[in-house]
Unconditional design. Sequence first.
Length: 497
Amino acid sequence: MLKKLFSFSDRYRILHQTWFAFFLTFVCWFNFAPFATTIGKQLDLAPEQIKTLAICNLALTIPARLIIGMLLDRFGPRITYSMLLMFAAVPCLATALAQDFNQLVISRLLMGIVGSGFVVGIRMVAEWFQPKEMGIAQGIYGGWGNFGAFGAEFALPIIAVSTSFLAGGASNWRLAIAFTGIIAAIYGVIYYNSVQDTPTGKIYKKPKKNGALEVTSIKSFWAMIASNFGLIFALGLLAWRLEQKNIHFLTLSQMYLAWLLLAGLFVYQSYKAWQVNRELLIGRKTYPPAERFQFGQVALLEFTYVTNFGSELAAVSMLPAFFEKTFGLEHVVAGMIAATYPFLNLVSRPSGGLISDKFSSRKWTMTIISVGIGIGYLMTHFINSNWPIPLAIAVTMFAAYFAQAGCGATYSIVPLIKKEATGQIAGNVGAYGNFGGVVYLTIFSLTDAPTLFSTMGLAAIICAFMCAFFLKEPKNSFAADESEASETPATIFLTEE
């Protein structure tokens, strides 16, 4: 595969077009981070408000990834990704035109929807590549797409400074942010007219039921309900943060109303899940071994994504300001240094997938990488102004490598669980990455950077132990093609019945 990677023909063309779509969504998603302190000064924002905006940037990605996952399974990645890219222009222009904190909150909440694009490409790549290549293919898609965070933190400050003559000599962050949305919208049109959902002759499989994930055991149903509650909890946490002093985006009564609406959403989600799985729950339906999968294993992958992608989201959001304040740097220089973290995505996430493919054990790949994440963040806990900047960068890149490789290892497993529901499963797992980002950034907004780093490190060590003892080795995950994978029973994991 690596020898043909740059042939730009057939499935490789689709891979390149799709990771670039993801790249642009990431540039848009993180176009605020390199200008956080500059925008704060111009709009007279309190430090707590700037930190809260970082949380808002992630929040709506949680429900959006679930919704996008369902739309994806129904309409296909071509239409879904194209519409999402075109929508990106809306929050980008809203951010560029914002004049106060409240307008920024609304624009960054809408931007969170753009962050859900990841799950679309997971399904597209899964349709075009064989199981034995799934790790490296998904790693390239995710890693080169995540490289968009580097593009945002490195290139956008340069654009803003180089066009400062249009803003009276000040950093032209408004033009830089608006530019990202316009480019994404244009590429959305290009993507729609140049890709197809599956190779010619291959049928795009859709779930038999829509509205919620169809599970295969009662135990899995309750695990799914618990998983849904966790995502609702993260949104409730954001509502609480928006009501706190120095923020006051919501009043106390509005916060309670938001909680009531979230409770209603959880009840609705649970009802839809019951509707889809009703026959299973009342004992009218049982699934043959070939169709079964464990949602508990999906939940464990959700936790791995909290510790790897969730920590990456938090780090990318706060590192520019962290380096600026810790070492007294200009925001452009600090943004470029912080960009070393997402820069590694170019090789680290694909390498995580490749190692998972070649190591012959996806379980132990996930476990070992999680240990590396823990060690990396526990080291970053000790960074302070007395450190040489090159050493601080080196430690940050060590943590970055394992966090990003962990993302690749996680998604070398996710697409193999149940093909026709890949969008929904990838959406669930992906949403927990944002759950992690929201929780981590909330902790950061209430404490400081060392506390954030140590929390992320300890969570990863706990995750490693859970993977070692509870993650089951996928079946058929090294099959040469789908027909070979379908020859043996059990879709992916050992069944629980």
